[in-house]
Design a protein around this ligand. Sequence first.
Ligand SMILES: Nc1ncnc2c1ncn2[C@@H]1O[C@H](COP(=O)(O)OP(=O)(O)O)[C@@H](O)[C@H]1O
Ligand SMILES: [Mg+2]
Length: 223
Amino acid sequence: MGKIFAVANQKGGAGKTTIALNLAGAYTYDDPELKVLVIDTDSQNTSVRSSGVGEEPLPFLVAGLAGAGKGLGRQITTMARDYDLVLVDCPPSVDNPNTENVVQVADFVLVPMDASPADAWSTEGMLRLVRRVIGPDPKRCGIVFNRVNTKTVAYAEIREAMGEDNPYPILKSTISLREVYKSSVGTGTTVFTAIKGQRSNKPAREEIMNVAMEMLQIIGLAE
Ligand SMILES: Nc1ncnc2c1ncn2[C@@H]1O[C@H](COP(=O)(O)OP(=O)(O)O)[C@@H](O)[C@H]1O
Ligand SMILES: [Mg+2]
């Protein structure tokens, strides 16, 4: 039975799709033998579409289950039997039943957010859902800052505020604002697959790999 990692937040544009696809890229880059599946549960189907536009196939499969309805959780656990790792890209709403159905079966929920007050508010709602569905276990959920400039005061303040009254860790690894993330989803690639004419993806690869490995540490699968 493969591990199920959900990438969820109620705000559209938080980076769920970008991060789910690039994490899948990171885990397969780290271990090409690993069988990784991305499940798209957002009816916008961005992950599914991205996987279809690349010149070369991605090193992992992307399946669309946005329309699965009540049986979504069961379908995900059934599919996870054939994979080592399943990354679930969630819809941008906590009211969409898909989000709760995914959280119910997830081993770990990664919640991406920008360092902005609006994102802090929407993230609080997401964390409440996780707390209600899986409890305050600090090994089952974590926050990752996306599109962040870690040198700013605003970031330091929001990071500190998110740590209050919140049982889940805030990942030490962060993801910066980089053009390569925008082009990767649009060209059906990840930062681990080369994009022609693009500058080195090294910093992006490093930060995504750090997030990927830190998640394994939190759930106890890596040192
Ligand atoms: N770290 C980042 N740097 C630059 N652009 C980003 C980053 N993360 C996300 N984006 C861009 O922001 C937009 C929303 O991201 P997306 O992954 O689709 O969010 P969600 O799935 O949460 O709605 C996309 O255009 C994406 O390319
Ligand atoms: Mg999305």
